[in-house]
Design a protein around this ligand. Structure first.
Ligand code: NAD
Length: 354
């Protein structure tokens, strides 16, 4: 099983090192052989090669079964022109691998209820929702430009979605909802956006093929509010690139920290891209403070979706749960009476439990 590993920038290498440690333990336990090759992307690639996504990285990723990514970006590269910034590498690799569906589960570990900013009675005991975000289209990939106008400057970013782009992501959401609680909420802004009106038309057509799945619609502003007011009303949220980006960060906070949640990006070919949903967190980089659980949960998702190793994925999730049961916490999820540990120690504890 061939893996490409992109550690990235900031806390990326720190959390990926722990994820790789976990892969080592799983390989031994299940007697399987992961061959991994480390490749450059983001700021680290700019420093070394001058571009955020070298051709060699694309080539190696395309020849792998899965790609594990930390995070890219940071203030050091913020002033570089848009096409050469670390984040451009991230957008390009998603496009190159054709991973148009980003699956972002927001699952609450009951041990972390107190780390959530929401009241316990709102959270309930089983918060488990899945955001299915379109990843390779929409406003982030549309034409963008600036022009001088009489009173200053004008900038624009075009949001465009085609029928095939919408229908393929909708099908992914319906397939996932079939294995969950059979409910999809399409989040859009169809009261003002033509794009959103097309999304509603296409998704409601596809819904006819899945009569046992309950489909409803919600404006994104309302969805942002409902996630805080009553998150348990959701099962699968289907949405476009930008709305999904914003709502998934919001959903992650329900569960306590950005440092807890993983994501999987998949497409029609078999290569999956797995990454924590957080960024490179330059404010805590190099201090052994980053929570590696999101990166480790990314490994669980990789085993589940790319390698069909459900039992191993469950092993990882159970190990995390046991470590939390013992009271170990990184600083972002710290609570009264808990034992604070750093990135490295958290990785070790989880590996030992596996
Ligand atoms: P961020 O996710 O890096 O950090 C937001 C906050 O959450 C910070 O306070 C950070 O310390 C905290 N945090 C994030 N991950 C954590 C973890 N694992 N453990 C503990 N605390 C954690 O978002 P940002 O500050 O908006 O962005 C920083 C850089 O990351 C920017 O350059 C941005 O472009 C980039 N970014 C990259 C990705 C990616 O590579 N997929 C995603 C988002 C942002």
């Amino acid at each position: 099983m061939k893996l490409a590993v992109i550690k990235g920038d900031g806390i990326g290498p720190e959390v990926v090192n722990q994820a790789v440690k976990v892969i080592g333990v799983i390989s031994k336990k299940y007697k399987c052989n992961f061959q991994y090759q480390e490749v450059l992307m983001g700021g680290a690639a700019i420093d070394e090669t001058g571009v955020p996504l070298p051709d060699e990285t694309i080539e190696i990723c395309k020849n792998s079964d899965a790609v594990l990514l930390g995070a890219v970006g940071g203030p050091k590269w913020d002033k570089i022109s848009r096409n050469l910034r670390p984040e451009a590498g991230l957008l390009q690799i998603r496009r190159q691998l054709g991973v148009f569906a980003n699956l972002r589960p927001a699952i609450m570990f009951p041990q972390l209820k107190s780390a959530s900013p929401l009241k316990e009675e709102i959270l309930g005991n089983n918060l488990d929702l899945m955001i299915v975000r379109e990843l390779t289209g929409g406003i982030y990939f549309g034409e963008k430009n600036r022009e001088d106008i009489e009173c200053g400057k004008k900038a624009w970013d075009i949001m465009g979605y085609s029928t095939p782009e919408i229908s393929r992501i909708a099908k992914v959401a319906f397939e996932i909802a079939q294995k969950r609680n059979k409910k999809i909420t399409l989040v859009d802004k169809s009261n003002v956006l033509e794009n959103s009106r097309l999304w509603r038309e296409v998704v409601s057509e596809i819904a006819k093929e899945y009569p046992h799945i309950d489909l409803d619609y919600m404006y994104v502003d309302n969805a942002a509010m409902q996630l805080i007011r009553n998150p348990n009303q959701f099962d699968v949220i289907l949405t476009g690139n930008m709305f999904g980006d914003i709502l998934s960060d919001e959903a992650s906070m329900l569960t306590g920290s950005l440092g807890m949640l993983a994501s999987a990006s998949v497409g029609e070919n078999k290569i999956g891209l797995y990454e924590p949903i957080h960024g490179s967190a330059p404010d805590i980089a190099g201090q052994d403070k980053a929570n590696p659980i999101a990166a480790i949960m990314s490994v669980a998702m990789m085993l589940r979706y790319s390698f069909d190793m459900e039992e191993a994925a469950k092993d990882i999730e159970n190990a995390i749960s046991k470590v939390l049961d013992k009271g170990y916490r990184t600083v972002d999820i710290m609570g009264d009476g808990m034992i604070e540990v750093g990135t490295e120690k958290m990785g070790e504890l989880i590996s030992e439990k596996i």
